[in-house]
Design a protein around this ligand. Structure first.
Ligand code: SF4
Length: 416
């Protein structure tokens, strides 16, 4: 089932949560689908092309109108349709893992005892090329994706990443390109190159300001000061505000919450405190090691009063809070104690070209094979919209029902 909703007309499309009116449309994108006569004004599966709607009366412009009165033309606004899944969630965000390689061994993601120094990462030819990623991203954009986040493993281990960012930033409809990194390779020059290529924002992982604690979590003795340098480099390059992801694990770094909040208050950067999650199969997750988002907020607000900030758009991962003294904001990500699957609009593309519709998914859809078998854009659009429209993922809501050893994809394969 494909449900389309204009995302610039009906107010209800803007309410957190989704649902919209169905509108008629006409073809304008140049996908190399099999030559077809111009489709009648009815809804079809792969018609994802933008169309013009008159904001005054909601009528749709078609050829005839071009010869109409000038002021009539001025009421038209381009609308890009979007597809929705079985729970009416549109496809808005695409996370692209550009490599499964990482130079850290974070205990909550890639524990060394399972993924040692000699772990066999994917060979280069197995990775999607930048051209393949860009082609898929443009098809996702045609289906409603507006934001792309580049992840890994550690994405900056993929050389010439700025070339990919340049081509992604030219895709019509893509409004935001962000990157999640551990900061180890984010020098001032690199930050400048990424910004120039079109990168808009950076999220840097830092789990403590205490070197001993941080190094016990990244498990490669990587020092705190080098991550702080990376955050500064990103800010100086104009990739601010920088978001800082801190995974909190009870018995390991909960005492670092206040020092982290104190350090970044008033800097404009935003710390997001993340509940320890049962991602993948190897991090030995236990519920009693989870520090809940509510607990983290209460710990911080005892020091500095906080007030909730309403979400700017549906699908925001973090619940945001502003310091009452206006010295900035924090975020908490509560995938365990307060699931947010109801507005989850994220798809994930693994570095070898598998499409996952949930962070806790087990099987991905092999898009690389279809790409390399010569599928055309129309066929790929059919595949993508077919997958999304049947999507029923809501793992975090059903976590307690999930089997203990459910085979979940490793986070470093699809990015957080
Ligand atoms: S558990 Fe899956 S469906 Fe739920 S928010 Fe996370 S990625 Fe989305």
């Amino acid at each position: 089932m494909i449900r389309r909703a204009p995302d610039t007309i009906t107010a209800d499309a803007r309410k957190p949560g989704y649902g919209g009116k169905i509108a008629r449309h006409r073809q304008s994108h140049t996908f190399d689908t099999k030559p077809t006569a111009r489709p009648p004004m009815v809804l079809t599966l792969t018609d994802t092309s933008p169309y013009d709607i008159c904001v005054r009366n909601g009528t749709q412009r078609n050829e005839r109108d071009l010869s109409g009165l000038s002021d009539q033309r001025s009421c038209y606004r381009e609308v890009r349709p979007m597809i929705t899944d079985a729970f009416d969630r549109p496809l808005r965000d695409l996370r692209v893992s550009v490599t499964d390689r990482c130079n850290f061994r974070c205990t909550y993601c890639m524990p060394r005892d399972v993924f040692g120094a000699d772990h066999p990462f994917l060979p280069r030819e197995a990775l999607l090329t930048f051209e393949e990623i860009t082609r898929l991203a443009s098809l996702f954009a045609a289906l409603g994706v507006r934001k792309i986040r580049l992840t890994g493993g550690e994405p900056l281990l993929r050389t010439n990443l700025e070339r990919l960012i340049e081509s992604l930033s030219e895709i019509p409809g893509i409004e935001d390109i962000a990157l999640t990194t551990n900061g180890s390779l984010l020098s001032a020059q690199m930050a400048h190159r990424l910004k120039t290529a079109g990168l808009r924002r950076v999220t840097v992982s830092l789990d403590s300001l205490d070197d001993q604690v941080f190094q016990s979590m990244n498990d490669v003795s990587f020092p705190v000061h080098r991550v702080l340098d990376a955050i500064q480099a990103a800010a100086s390059a104009g990739l601010a505000p920088v978001k800082i992801n801190m995974v909190v694990k009870r018995g390991v770094n909960e005492d670092s919450i206040i020092p982290m909040a104190r350090y970044f208050r008033g800097t404009g950067h935003i710390v997001r405190f993340i509940e320890f999650m049962d991602v993948g199969t190897a991090n030995g997750w236990r519920l009693d090691e989870v520090v809940s988002a509510a607990e983290m907020v209460s710990v911080i607000s005892r020091e500095w009063p906080l007030s909730p900030i309403p979400p700017e758009r549906p699908g925001e991962v973090a619940a945001r809070y502003r310091y009452a003294d206006n010295l900035g904001e924090i975020g908490v990500i509560s995938a365990v104690t307060h699931a947010f699957c109801d507005s989850c609009n994220r798809a994930r593309l693994s570095s070898e070209g598998k499409l996952f519709t949930c962070l806790f998914g087990s099987e991905g859809f092999d898009l690389r094979r279809r790409l390399r078998d010569g599928a055309n854009d129309g066929e790929l659009l059919q595949v993508l919209s077919g997958i999304w429209s049947k999507r029923r993922d809501r793992y975090s809501e059903l976590r307690s029902q999930a089997g203990k050893n459910s085979k979940k994809v490793e986070m470093f394969h699809i990015g957080g």
